[in-house]
Write a protein that binds this ligand. Sequence first.
Ligand code: GLC
Length: 476
Amino acid sequence: MKIAMVASEAAPFVKTGGLGDVMQALPAELSKIKGNEIALFLPYYKKIKQDSTIEVESLGSFYMELSWRESYVGIFRLKTRRKKLQVYFIDNEYYFGARSTIYGDFDDGERFAYFSKAVMAALYFLDFKPDILHCHDWQAAMSIIYCRALYGSWCPDTKTVFTIHNVEYQGWADSTFFENTLGLPKEYQGYLTFDGAINMMKGAIEVADIVTTVSKTYAEELRYPYYAHRLDGVLRGAWLWGITNGIDTTVYDPATDPALKTNYSAKEMTGKWDNKLALRQELGLRTDTDAPILALVSRLAGHKGIDLLCYIANRLMEREVQLVIVGTGEKQYEYALSALARQHPGRVAVRLAFDPGLASRVYAGADMYLMPSKSEPCGLSQIIAMHYGTVPVVASTGGLRDTVPPYNWDTEEGRGFTFQSYNADDFLGAIDRAVGLYYNDRDRWNRLAKHDMEVDFSWRQPAAEYMQLYTELRQK
Ligand code: GLC
């Protein structure tokens, strides 16, 4: 199958969050399947241009209309390519090459509309007629609409898939954007219009052959206003499918991770305890205690549930535990957590940093991983934590619910500790159950951690589910 993948980020080239991880692993996994040919499209950001380790070759350039604008489109291809997986970069100095921003510019709507249209023009230029056009999040949403509106006679059999990684960001613009920037035939205005404005995610939801999201539970939740950020009505009318993400188990592997003090595996977990000691030493936590280390590595944002943690912090510190927090984000949380660390030297360590090496050492050295998110489309860090033998304590929502079934003391089934409603006392209750098992039955605790390490979180299964979906679509 010929599959074109379109996204605004993909590791190792550019990554700001979980989307970047998915776009690294999913195309690679699909390219291993016999008969598949994958073309991944990304903007040629300044950061990528300047990275001398990323070698590219130019395939050509042309001019493209974006409403009244004549815009340059350069096409570069990654040189160290594998036959089955080609990575293409869309080059435009004004939109991507001359600025450092990935997201957050005043003209993001225009930049990514340009990118989405340029991808279709590039496919045509390369004569790569995809069986499946798979676009991720609002920044790539418009490719689906340009595909239908302008390339229908060139690729009439192409099926389109739109994946929602986070419904909070939808690509809103005012109503003049339709004529002034998008330059689409009039009949597409209705798909894109929402509450008198333009909403690019809504357009893709309506026009795509199928909409998917990154866990089964989130697919259910998106039908309700509490989660859907106003798109619940539109999503209730869509063919919406959930496929839970995996992790790249070659990148995240405690047996080979170079950031760790000692590598270890489910078969031989003793190395994990070396990492626990090393983590305490690195962060200035007391070493003369048997306390469990509770950890959280996250953007410090409201919807990640940091307010719940702040609310219970003092009561939590009445327990015999240590707490490690790594991340940056909203100032009120940075202040509150730093103050907590000052009040409890040797017991609480807070690092206001985005530091992948430290993150790895925390996943390896901690006993419990906290993730009290208010909503979570999939979540990757709870999966990485389990893969490193760290037991998650999570809110039972979205992908957290699908990846962390609750532990059952009698049968020893389940993978972690969960709480149902978004409530700080329930969160503390779940922590208490975890801490209770840790202190009262260390054998059971160790078996749970080992069991979590043994779960297959690779992309094999999710990639097979995407293939099944693509195949069904093509038969329709
Ligand atoms: C977004 C979501 C996160 C998900 C990731 C990859 O970042 O917030 O839950 O894991 O996309 O799909």
